[in-house]
Design a protein. Structure first.
Length: 385
């Protein structure tokens, strides 16, 4: 079992008010239960009932499974709670091994451009989000998930200018390796007026109009850093806790019980992701009757605290190298919040034509684009050391 059941939490709250203990055993029956073998890992097993030994919320295990009706000895166990599933499907929890959870949570403030089949659709969706915000933004107007393959061409700065020229606008492609921004955003970040950099490679990823030689508003891979003045703007602390907490609580409804999530100032514009996760853990645990440590308490205390799902937080190797903030401290409960891995950005993505290839992209008119490498060999050697 990936985590304790709702009835566990109800019982624990009752235990806080009295000294009674919940039934240790839970019999799940009248169900279509699917498990799998360790070797080979793709072998599925089907059962009708399952006996769970709760032990504690952190050590619950599946004690037994079987087909047909539960054996008499198990079904009549006095110290067992019985859960009739009414023939429903019971599956192991789903794990998302690559996501940016805060980016998903932040989507509440972002225009969804995934349905755009034309530049006009793109502008309409972005304009609708702008209108819903009262035609005012505190940082910049943001959109995402567009795909030029679904439209007649790549969106340009002029297309975004038609929505608003007063506020900066940044819209990410569905792969998050390429963006398009409006003229105002380029002006605020010093891209306009355009002056080519004398340093080799500094302007890699900046699309230029072949006729005018001016930026089109499309920035690929590391070129997005030219908008760092805007992209470094973060949501407030309360917004972060509220949006990420709501996202964590929603995921179990879709069967997701664990994620490996890369949330950082670079990916998601959240420099304090670890601290936000810990605050959500504190609030969630207090609400559910687990550990109730006060804010700011030693992070090694209250090891029974939980998040709604398990989070394996991924930091970037540059943060570990530079100590900004470096490796996060020990979690209150590593079974629900841990960080023991780092991410290296090697190259881009195929959809953005930035994934590194040994031969040029066939749809490049000049047959010169082989993608972009985002890290030098020296930095790569340092990262692995």
């Amino acid at each position: 079992l990936q985590r304790s059941t709702k009835s566990d939490r109800v019982h624990q709250r009752a235990m806080a008010a009295s000294s009674s203990r919940p039934p240790r055993m839970l019999l799940v029956h009248n169900a279509r239960i699917v498990t799998c073998t360790a070797e080979p890992s793709d072998t599925l097993l089907h059962h009708d009932w399952m006996l769970v030994d709760r032990g504690s919320p952190l050590t619950a295990t599946i004690a037994d499974v079987g087909s047909g009706d539960p054996p008499t000895g198990i079904a009549e166990t006095a110290d067992a709670e019985k859960l009739d599933c009414g023939g429903r499907l019971v599956l192991p929890g789903l794990w998302d091994s690559h996501c940016h959870l805060y980016g998903l949570a932040h989507m509440a403030k972002v225009a969804d451009l995934s349905g755009a089949k034309s530049i006009a659709d793109f502008q309409a969706a972005l304009g609708a989000k702008f209108d819903s915000m009262g035609s005012k933004v505190s940082t910049y107007l943001e959109g995402c998930l567009w795909d030029q393959g679904n439209m007649e061409r790549m969106p340009l700065a002029s297309d975004l200018d038609a929505v608003t020229s007063e506020y900066p606008v940044i819209c990410w492609r569905r792969c998050w390796h390429i963006l398009v921004c409006n003229t105002r955003a380029m002006e605020l970040c010093g891209i306009l007026p355009w002056k080519p950099s004398p340093s080799p490679g500094d302007d890699d990823g900046v699309d230029l109009d072949p006729k005018t030689g001016q930026p089109t508003g499309v920035l690929r891979e590391n070129a997005a850093k030219k908008l760092s003045k805007l992209l470094s703007m973060e949501d407030t602390w309360d917004e972060k806790v509220q949006m990420l907490g709501a996202c964590l609580r929603k995921l179990p409804e879709f069967g997701v019980t664990a994620v490996q999530s890369n949330d950082s100032a670079t990916i998601g514009s959240i420099s304090d992701a670890w601290q936000v996760y810990e605050e959500i853990m504190r609030q969630h645990s207090a609400a559910e009757g687990f550990g109730v440590a006060a804010a700011g308490q030693d992070a090694t205390q209250d090891q029974n605290q939980e998040l709604p799902i398990r989070v394996f937080h991924v930091t970037e190797w540059e943060a570990v190298r530079d100590g900004k903030p470096g490796k996060p401290p020990k979690s209150r409960n590593p079974r629900f919040l841990a960080s023991d891995r780092a991410k290296i950005f090697m190259d881009g993505g195929l959809g953005a034509s930035t994934a590194a290839l040994v031969t040029p992209y066939s749809d490049d008119p000049k047959l010169a684009n082989k993608g972009l490498i985002n890290i030098t060999q020296d930095d790569l050697d340092t990262a692995f050391k």
